[in-house]
Design a protein around this ligand. Sequence first.
Ligand code: DP6
Length: 327
Amino acid sequence: MSPTTATAQACANIAFIKYWGNRDDALRLPANSSISMNLDGLYAETTVQWLSGPGEDQLVLNETPQSGDPLRRVSAHLERVRAQLGTSSAANVRSVNNFPTGAGIASSAAAFAALTAAAVSAAGARLSERELSILARTGSGSASRSVPDGFVEWFAGDSHETSYAESFAPADYWALTDLVAIVSQAHKAVGSTAGHPTATTSDLQSCRVAGAQERFDRCRQAVLERDFATFAEVVELDSNQMHAVMMTSRPSLFYWLPESVLVMCLVRQWRAEGLRVCYTLDAGPNVHCLCEAADATEIERRLRTLAGVQDVRSASPGPGARVVSVE
Ligand code: DP6
């Protein structure tokens, strides 16, 4: 393989129906299927250069050379890429996030989707979108959903080959806005990767998983019909159920802050007043306020009046992972 370089971009995504817990942690085969929307303008841009032979992989993240866990995780992913493409070369990886880490926007989804797309392209290989999604999934589960465009479903599947994501509506299908109310920039104590294995220690996880397909179907249909009332009800229910599992796991994971709860309560009140907005939270305290774009200005204005809200980030539905240059 001649040394080549490629750069890819991939957006972060926000899950409407959550991925929490794996049936197989090593392969990242999730306990249930999930649904998300890519977040336009919030992306990772990753350049992979394959060297001419084996050696140590290198990772520079946001201009800072990495060692330890971040490098190990990227190198383990490159190992799976090497196995799939039949190469043994080491790689230099440079990645930049254009959104602050710790801003309540999962960076691993964007990072591993961009890394996978760049690594494959730099090797001169061509994989289908499905193959890229499967490979990205093994780096970070939610990265499988940052590969396709717009509104995305990730089928849990029952094997490595059957667990992949695909688009079920393009980015311009529904003018939704995700307003992320930042209530804390602190780095979370327990990240998603450490959190997933705790899911089965909660008595509520089997119950959450048992109802997940029904919520998935209802959410998918609500997006396709642009039915905000149904969408809001199922998105909040699904987020609450995931956090109920987290809170009742052993050890218990508790991601909400008082400010998170205040925003959740206000969002429900604003919806009762007629604004089309609902909330969802990932493994952190920041509140994703999903709203109809037409109501976004008013909701952002209200969020910014709250003392506990430090900042508000805004994103509309975004594209899938794309290669932006190959040398
Ligand atoms: C709460 O995909 O970040 O954001 O597979 O270990 O990288 P790993 O976990 P990750 O988990 C995301 C969990 C979540 C819900 C979701 O995005 O579906």
